[in-house]
Design a protein around this ligand. Structure first.
Ligand SMILES: C[S@@+](CC[C@H](N)C(=O)[O-])C[C@H]1O[C@@H](n2cnc3c(N)ncnc32)[C@H](O)[C@@H]1O
Length: 273
C-alpha cells in the first residue's frame, strides 16, 4: 500500500489503519453487529479498513449493501481503489447530513470518528433517522474521558510538548489555540445520555485496551487531523516530522518501553422496535 502515495494521501489515515491491534479492536465491534441486517452504513469509512471488515464478516451476501460514507474525497478515493466490490456504494458527506445521503438502514457502524464531529447530538439524530425500527448503531473511539491507561497520561503530554519544542528550535511557532468543539471529549456515560436523548435504547459499552507500538504512534502522527489537533496552526509537513521525531523521546520521558497502552470505548445501541 506504500508504493503510490499521492499528495492528498500523504496525510491520510491509512498508515495507522493497517496496524494489527487496530484491526482487532474494530473487528470485535464489526462482528457484534454487521450481520444484523443487510443494509449497513460504514459511516466515516476513511480509507476503507472497516468496509473490508464488514465484507469479511457478513456471510449472507445475497442482500448485503454497504454504504461507505466519508466527507474526505481523498479518503474515499483510497477506499475505492482498495475495495473492488459491487456490494459497496461510496458516498461523500458527513454524519450531520446522513439522512440525506443514504436510504433506511439496518446497521450504522461509525468507527474512530465520533470525537471529530462537533455537533454529536445532530449526528446521532441523523443516524437515528436512518435506522429502521430495531436498527443498530455501533461506534468506537479512543478519544473520550477515561481513554488513558493509568501511568500513560504523561506520555501524551510529553509527546505534544517535545514536538512543539522541536518546531520552536527550528523557528516554527505553534498556536496555543483552545481545544476546538470537535475535540471536546465525552465520557462513556455522557455518550449513553446522548444516545438516550437521541432516541436510542438498550445502550451498552465496554472498554478495550490496546497497546500502540512506537511505529503506530509515528503513523498516527502523519494523519492530518491528528497533526492539526496536536499542533494547531503548524504546516502538516513540519508537524508530521516533529511528531515522528518526538515519539521515542516522549516514551523515554514517560518511562514507557515497547508501546503505549490505551483504552477504546466500544458502544452499541438500538433504535426502538
Ligand atoms: C480516524 S478516521 C477513521 C476511518 C475509519 N472509520 C476507521 O476506523 O478506520 C476518521 C474519518 O472520519 C472522517 N470524518 C471527519 N469528520 C466527519 C464527519 N463530520 N462525519 C463523518 N465522517 C467524518 C474523516 O474524513 C476520516 O476519514
Amino acid at each position: 500500500m506504500d508504493e503510490l502515495v499521492s499528495e492528498g494521501d500523504r496525510f491520510g489515515f491509512w498508515r495507522f489503519a493497517r496496524h494489527a491491534f487496530f484491526t482487532e479492536i474494530n473487528r470485535w465491534l464489526v462482528q457484534q453487529v454487521a450481520s444484523l441486517g443487510p443494509r449497513v452504513v460504514d459511516l466515516a469509512c476513511g480509507p476503507g479498513a472497516i468496509t473490508e471488515l464488514i465484507l469479511a464478516t457478513v456471510k449472507e451476501r445475497s442482500r448485503l449493501l454497504i454504504y461507505a460514507v466519508d466527507p474526505s474525497l481523498t479518503e474515499l478515493d483510497r477506499a475505492r481503489r482498495r475495495i473492488a466490490s459491487g456490494l459497496v456504494r461510496f458516498i461523500q458527506g458527513g454524519a450531520e447530513n446522513l439522512s440525506r445521503l443514504v436510504p433506511q438502514a439496518d446497521v450504522v457502524i461509525f468507527c474512530n470518528a465520533i470525537h471529530l464531529v462537533a455537533d454529536k447530538s445532530r449526528a446521532l439524530a441523523e443516524i437515528r433517522k436512518v435506522l429502521g425500527p430495531g436498527g443498530t448503531l455501533a461506534f468506537n473511539t479512543t478519544y473520550f474521558k477515561g481513554c488513558y491507561v493509568p501511568g500513560t497520561e504523561r506520555f501524551w503530554r510529553y509527546w505534544a510538548l517535545r514536538a512543539a519544542q522541536y518546531l520552536r528550535d527550528r523557528g516554527i511557532s505553534v498556536l496555543r489555540a483552545p481545544k476546538t468543539p470537535a475535540m471536546r471529549w465525552f465520557s462513556p456515560e455522557e455518550y449513553g445520555a446522548l444516545a438516550a436523548s437521541s432516541g436510542f435504547v438498550g445502550a451498552v459499552w465496554q472498554l478495550h485496551e490496546a497497546t500502540l507500538s512506537p511505529q503506530s504512534l509515528e503513523d498516527i502522527g502523519q494523519f492530518s487531523m491528528f497533526i492539526q489537533g496536536a499542533l494547531p496552526g503548524v504546516p502538516l509537513e513540519c508537524g508530521a516530522e516533529a511528531l515522528r521525531h518526538s515519539v521515542r523521546v516522549a516514551m523515554a520521558d514517560a518511562n514507557l518501553t515497547g508501546g503505549v497502552p490505551r483504552y477504546w470505548l466500544q458502544f452499541i445501541a438500538q433504535a426502538p422496535v
